[in-house]
Design a protein around this ligand. Sequence first.
Ligand code: DP6
Length: 358
Amino acid sequence: MSYPFEINNQTHVDFTEGKVGWRCPSNIAIVKYWGKHGRQLPQNASLSFTLSNAHTDTYIDYKKKEEKGLGLSFLFENKTNKAFEDKIRLFLKSVIEYFPILDHLYLDISSSNSFPHSSGIASSASAMAAISMCICEIDQQIAGIRSTEIDIKKASYLARLGSGSASRSVIPDLAEWGEHYAIDGSSDLFAVNVSEVHDVFKTFHDDILIISAAKKSVSSTAGHALMDGNIYSEARYQQANERITQLKKILKSGDVNAFGELAEDEAMTLHALMMCSDPSYVLMEPGTLDMIREIRTYRQETGIPIYFTLDAGPNIHLLYPDYVSAEAENFINEELLKYTENGRVIKDKVGNGPQKLV
Ligand code: DP6
């Protein structure tokens, strides 16, 4: 099999130990990835804003291990977390073919999120992206590559194997994942940066209004699987790919209203697909619909470009350009906060991607 990057097969070099650390942000998809096949390959291309405030910090102390087999300990927010540890172990064992060195290391991993774990914010994207950046750096250090610059293609490929949307979290600003004729260098295997983006989208806001922090009744992974039997799936994949072409043009032109209309349509389509899956399910809550109504009325009455999108959950992501920040703040406080769980809002913005911590 050929890979879009080099595999370091050097597993018997002289090294003792080392430490790496990376901060990776979450991301919010504008055109959604919903449906997959093969080994974590998307059924359609997706495009997202990389965020900044909602992020995961991951540190790994690594040591050479005498006997073969990956060794691992994992702390989440300074506490043992068996479920996360098992997930990480399974993930890392599944990628040994790309990182043979993992079979000869003991990894002491510690990870924490900037947002509360139970906030209803998907943390798999930032978590898988941060661990992937760490593994790529360890691999480079052991191969004797002195540059601190990580092979982002490789990191995105690895993150994708952990969680599809994580592939986009290692890319600054705007990221696209999935082979698409309108995006240069795009691939189903890793995400790429979207070029030719109007400045208005480089400082865009995404305020996450928490309606419920409860665990989702159906995971994203299960939701993707239900697309296989959904009678609308083929039409949906085609629609998403057409929207990438439209969005590419909108991003270049700076047309905030066209952007917002497309983002809202995507959110509603995602949830419609859930509702017409077999079995059908609903992740929106009454507060989600209340907020959607408020946002649309506000826009109609004021003409101020404040839009929303949704993840696979009930929480509203309020999308708006930086120049209406003051209006957005008033609108949130006066009309939306009452629908949130204990007034919880995570204020976020488009960000610069991974940050090296050590
Ligand atoms: C609705 O990336 O969480 O957020 O690949 O199974 O880990 P897995 O799924 P995941 O799905 C994200 C779905 C989404 C849309 C998106 O981020 O594109």
